[in-house]
Design a protein around this ligand. Structure first.
Ligand SMILES: C[S@@+](CC[C@H](N)C(=O)[O-])C[C@H]1O[C@@H](n2cnc3c(N)ncnc32)[C@H](O)[C@@H]1O
Length: 261
């Protein structure tokens, strides 16, 4: 089975038993411009604002089994691997997974709504900027799957776009094409991301309200342990300049810490 055996993705692509149709099915076509997601070349605001809070919430990882769902190029995954985590990163995009080559950690092609791990496999799970891609049905499945594979007492940390982004007027690096839509309805929106290196990427994602988000997690069995609306520090503003200034007034991101009790 394609998703069962841990292999490096670049090797997966050269083996003969690959069902390319299956791979394609799990790829998100908007990620065909993958270079944008190679974080060694491109830094985006979530790397600066969301990842530090995920790192803090995940805490000590030494000898812990950790799962990164939607790991992308593996930058954050490797961060935890270097700190002693027995970490697995999964992503549905084989091209993005190629950027994990040479990085510490185990990387698998897979779909976070159908995890190929037994129940209670991981001490901690996190996801950075991935759930925004999931429709309502997939969001429910993703929470149920995370709950299933997480050990009791473990935390699931989710960083995502802040639901209030839809109605924010000011946005320096993310420009919504469709302002003023209905906050309460879950629907697709489109935003232009610009990295600090001035590369652009059109991101199509699902807006959903805060209560929809939290209630979906609660319905899966999680409890909400804490919630952060990241704000840049003074040092970050000095380093990244005006590009982060609006973030002191309006949050672009949100980080949830859910717990399986
Ligand atoms: C915005 S990128 C974030 C990547 C990485 N977490 C980061 O912070 O740089 C979203 C990632 O989610 C992955 N993704 C989207 N839907 C997925 C799914 N159903 N299962 C696994 N990965 C998925 C995409 O392929 C992409 O790499």
């Amino acid at each position: 089975m394609l998703f069962d055996t841990p292999r490096h993705p670049s090797q997966e692509l050269t083996t003969s038993n690959i069902n390319r149709k299956v791979i394609f099915q799990y790829m998100n076509p908007q990620y065909s411009k993958t270079n944008f997601w190679d974080k060694s070349k491109n830094t985006i605001r979530s790397d600066i604002l969301v990842n530090p809070f995920i790192i803090k919430a995940i805490g000590n990882v030494k000898n812990k089994a950790v799962l990164d769902v939607g790991c992308g190029d593996g930058t954050l995954t490797e961060h935890f691997a270097k700190r002693g985590a027995k970490i697995t990163g999964i992503d549905s995009n084989k091209n993005i997974l190629n950027f994990t080559e040479g990085k510490k950690g185990k990387y698998l092609l897979g779909d976070l709504t159908k995890l190929k791990f037994p129940a209670n496999s991981f001490d901690k799970i996190y996801s950075a900027m991935v759930f925004l891609h999931l429709n309502t049905n997939h969001l429910e499945k993703a929470f149920l799957e995370a709950y299933r594979v997480l050990k009791p007492g473990g935390d699931f940390v989710v960083g995502d776009v802040h639901p209030s982004r839809l109605t924010q007027k000011e946005a320096k690096l993310v420009r919504h094409k469709n302002k003023g839509e209905n906050y309460f309805s879950t629907h697709r929106v489109s935003a232009v991301l610009t990295s600090f290196n001035k590369n652009r990427f059109v991101l199509n994602y699902y807006h959903r309200s805060l209560s929809t988000y939290i209630n979906t997690a609660l319905k899966s069995g999680f409890v909400l342990k804490s919630l952060v609306e990241p704000k840049p520090t003074k040092q970050q503003i000095r380093k990244f300049g005006k590009l982060l200034e609006t973030e002191t007034k309006q949050p672009s991101y949100i980080v949830f810490v859910f717990r399986k009790e």
